[in-house]
Design a protein around this ligand. Structure first.
Ligand code: AMP
Length: 246
């Protein structure tokens, strides 16, 4: 078995926002960045799904909207993220995956950062002192539909497959841990179209919001193989952070 490569701790990645439509690969890329830089992935979708699995009041409230491909209320996700950012593992940086998805969420997270600047008590203060860098991953819509309907996830939520492009060696079984593979309830064609409508109406303006901050925003072509997309994101991050201190 190959030893896991230790995280690169010499580079301070700071807060990273991964933007992009459903299925562009934000989750896959966030996991690779997490392993490389030793900073956590904060996926609002994963936190919501965890609440659904545990049948918490929040999960029960969010489930119907999620199953139909609609966004969950800003207040719910904003407070989830604020709570998560208090954990000390965010000190060197973190990757926001699937958040912010509305301009109200984008202003909320910027305000949260401004409010914590100068504060000594919060565990997040060190990383949040750096500005957010936003990377928008883009892939054409026909390919997104194929990725979404082909996506399968191991029951532990850790490993992601695609029956067309990255199938497991045994059908419906995770190669890594032998657990059953499942399909997300919103990874149907019908829910995909609703998610794309929500994306166009509410999330595309978030991309414009960040693209106005030219030295903190880049676009990355997500239609290439996972490793190539990852290499592009890593070098983009280094350039953006180097530009800041230049
Ligand atoms: P994801 O796992 O990022 O594809 O998110 C799955 C679903 O969770 C979305 O379709 C929304 O219903 C909900 N969700 C996740 N993140 C957010 C967010 N930032 N704002 C509103 N709803 C969200």
């Amino acid at each position: 078995m190959t030893e896991p490569v230790p995280a690169e701790t010499g580079f301070l990645p700071g807060p990273i926002i991964l933007l992009g439509a459903p299925g562009v690969g934000k989750g896959t890329q966030a996991k690779l960045l997490m392993a490389r830089f030793g900073i956590p992935q904060i996926s609002t979708g994963d936190i919501l799904r965890d609440n659904i699995a545990r049948k918490t009041p929040l999960g029960l409230e969010a489930k119907a909207r999620m199953d139909h491909g609609q966004l969950v209320d800003d207040e719910i996700v904003n407070s989830m993220v604020a709570e998560r950012l208090k954990a000390p593992d965010t000190a060197r940086g973190f990757i926001l995956d699937g958040y912010p998805r509305t301009t109200a969420q984008a202003s909320y997270i910027e305000q949260l950062r401004n409010a914590s600047l100068g504060s000594d008590e919060a565990g997040n203060a060190a990383s949040i002192r750096l500005p957010f860098v936003a990377i928008n991953i883009f892939v054409d819509e026909a390919e997104l539909l194929r990725r979404i309907t082909g996506r399968r996830i191991c029951s532990a939520g850790t490993h992601i497959y695609n029956i067309y492009s990255n199938p497991p060696s045994r059908e419906s079984v995770c190669d890594a841990d032998g657990l059953a593979l499942t399909q997300r309830t919103d990874d149907t064609e019908q829910a995909f179209h609703k998610r794309m409508d929500e994306y166009r109406a509410k999330t595309a303006p978030v991309v414009s919001y960040f693209s106005d901050k030219k030295n903190l925003f880049r676009q990355v072509d997500g239609s290439r193989p996972v490793e190539e997309v990852n290499a592009a994101i890593v070098s983009t991050l280094r350039q953006l952070r180097a530009g800041e201190s230049a």
